[in-house]
Design a protein around this ligand. Sequence first.
Ligand code: ARG
Length: 461
Amino acid sequence: EAGALWGGRFASGPSPALQELSRSTQFDWILAPYDIRGSKAHAAALAAAGYLSDDELQRMRAALDELAARVADGRFVPSAEDEDVHSALERGLIEIAGVALGGKLRAGRSRNDQIATLVRLYLIDHAAGIGSLLLDLAEALLDQALAHPAAILPGRTHLQHAQPVLLAHQLAAHAWPLVRDLERLRDWRRRATRSPYGGGALAGSSLGLDPRLVAAELGLGDPLENSIDGTAARDVVAEFAFVAAQIGIDLSRLSEEIILWNTKEFGFVRLHDGYSTGSSIMPQKKNPDIAELARGKSGRLIGNLTGLLAVLKGLPLAYNRDLQEDKEPVFDSVQQLEVLLPAFTGMVATLSFDTARMAELAPQGFSLATDVAEWLVRQGVPFRDAHEISGELVRFCEERGVELHEPSDEEFAAISEHLRPEVREVLTVEGSVNSRLGVGGTARARVDEQLARLAERVAEF
Ligand code: ARG
């Protein structure tokens, strides 16, 4: 079998059905530039250990540069017979450098330590890009919050009106998880930047190569301590897939709110024409497709994570071919986020808020009932009684179809002697919001501080 990396002990070549099953170039070709960087570093380690002369090293590295150029502009592509990115690139190297030189490169390494290293290099690169796209989104949320410092919306629990909150507070509540996702990427990177190269197939190399040379040239930290672990573990891949899934979930929760806010019934936001879509039959429609795609893709990102975890579960040490199944899910997670985040950030940055509509709804649904109870507590009423009195006021108002401040002084007094007319002073949404001065609360003063802190945290990344 011309070009295969393992023909020697086989009497016949692989069956077409096996080749079809085994081939991974349709998805692992994306790793070709990383593979070539690894090969250049490996050549230097071979030369340092005396397996390549200076001249051979020069010619090997020049040939690898030429191969990289041919890969980059499409002059060299995998053929149907190439099993994977590694086999294809060895064929390409031998085409350029000849078999006498090209055939020397594979000494002291295996596709097992190679692939474990390359998938890290790919993820480290793309994690940086995803981090910066995420930062753009956090900044868009922060800018929207800063642009609406006083707007009030009905805060909800159980999707029911709960207590009024500042819109800026709610928007920042969607930005903080993104800051934590950025922290997660930063923490993950510390674990990802260790090098499996030098682990060989599983047991390490007998050729006296220095894996630190390879690691340093690849921009990685120290080689991993254990060659079996280095070639067989994929927790770094799974952890990345988790962070991607969590990002998807954070986007999806915001999406759900944007989709609701954009309905006729809520009427809190309008989507920019550039970030919404129409219907092929209903001329009036303006749909929140970006938010819906984000919500849908979050399911897909979760699937990529769980599929990968299921592949890893129960795998004996060391390398098993099952591990080839790690790539498509995690590459997909990367690609989905790279296409989703720019559109999502554009949608958020161009949202326009109907603050009058929010203000109109904010006091409805008796969302100030807690303020009545807390006012009573400040008058010395035990909270248990205060809760009861406020609840009776709600029932009274609900039966008559009026708001909490509307009963007469006599009606207040009939509900409880403690309900004096001054209670009306806390029965405004502004009064309610601005009384929430505790740490992390929705009072304007606290939210202004919070946004300043958020801006600091965002600037860290
Ligand atoms: N294509 C494999 C993977 O993605 C790497 C090659 C290892 N193959 C092998 N037969 N040991 O994991």
